[in-house]
Design a protein around this ligand. Structure first.
Ligand SMILES: C[S@@+](CC[C@H](N)C(=O)[O-])C[C@H]1O[C@@H](n2cnc3c(N)ncnc32)[C@H](O)[C@@H]1O
Length: 233
């Protein structure tokens, strides 16, 4: 896993220019979402990162939109802000998002009627796929996706399985959220905890395979909990 900072990322992959104040990201209707977000403590992650995040949704939406994907897939919907932002800022992109219909046993539990509310409430054309990624039949999704954002269950075995499945159907980039390094690493930016350790472990293990190294570049973006895997051209 290589590392680039935000400036390097932007010079190679495009500037971050989506409007921070857009309602997609700060949404007066979604008081439970805002409350949740505001509970996050001002830890090292926020102090060090300076530019990241005002809202990390803006950062990730920029990453995705700048790839100009024809088809975008998200694993793990929650309120649906990422899919909403992608569809809003890139209306020509086909957007699908997968979420487990039974919330027990999954992270970020939410009542089903709140799942995807961010795109539903403004009638954005985002396809909600109700499925657990452990049992999802990817062949029902209609083919490959240019960009896939893996952000469902963060347990090691789930991330490993999600990566292996997405490897078969991605054209360009896989983005992982909650890729958080151990504290002893100089790139550490927020607490590695039991809920996120699986992302780091599974992703690094996935990329240790020499055959994958030939096919893909893998980067952690310094000061963020974001990693990505890029197919070499
Ligand atoms: C971290 S949140 C996703 C946040 C969302 N990607 C966003 O950008 O706002 C994780 C979501 O994945 C769902 N989830 C957890 N485990 C899952 C699984 N095995 N299959 C499908 N969805 C899952 C949770 O219910 C929750 O909605």
């Amino acid at each position: 896993m290589l590392c680039m900072d935000i400036a390097e990322f932007q010079s190679r992959f495009g500037a971050h220019n989506l409007p921070l104040s857009n309602d997609i990201f700060w949404d007066s209707d979604l008081s439970d979402f805002k409350m949740n977000w505001n509970k996050l403590p001002p830890n090292q992650f926020y102090k060090d990162a300076k530019v990241y995040p005002f809202n990390d949704y803006v950062f990730k939406a920029n990453m995705i939109v700048n790839r100009k994907p024809k088809r975008f897939l998200e694993l793990g919907t929650w309120y649906g802000h990422t899919s909403a932002a992608v569809k809003y800022f890139s209306p020509e992109t086909e957007v699908q998002t997968v979420c487990a219909p039974v919330q027990s046993g999954t992270n970020n539990k939410l009542a089903n009627e709140r799942i995807g509310i961010a795109f539903r409430r403004i009638n954005l054309d985002v396809k909600q796929v109700w499925a657990n990624t452990e049992t999802l039949d990817y062949s029902t999704l209609g083919g490959n996706f240019d960009v896939i954002y893996i952000d469902a269950c963060h347990d090691y075995k789930n991330v490993k399985q999600d990566l292996e499945n997405c490897e078969k159907i991605f054209n360009d980039m896989i983005i992982l959220d909650d890729y958080v390094l151990p504290k002893w690493n100089s790139r550490w930016c927020r607490e590695q905890r039991s809920y996120n350790v699986g992302v780091w472990k599974a992703t690094d293990e996935f990329m240790r395979d020499p055959e994958r190294k030939k096919k893909y570049e893998a980067w952690h973006i310094y000061g963020t909990p974001v990693a990505f895997i890029l197919r070499r051209k």
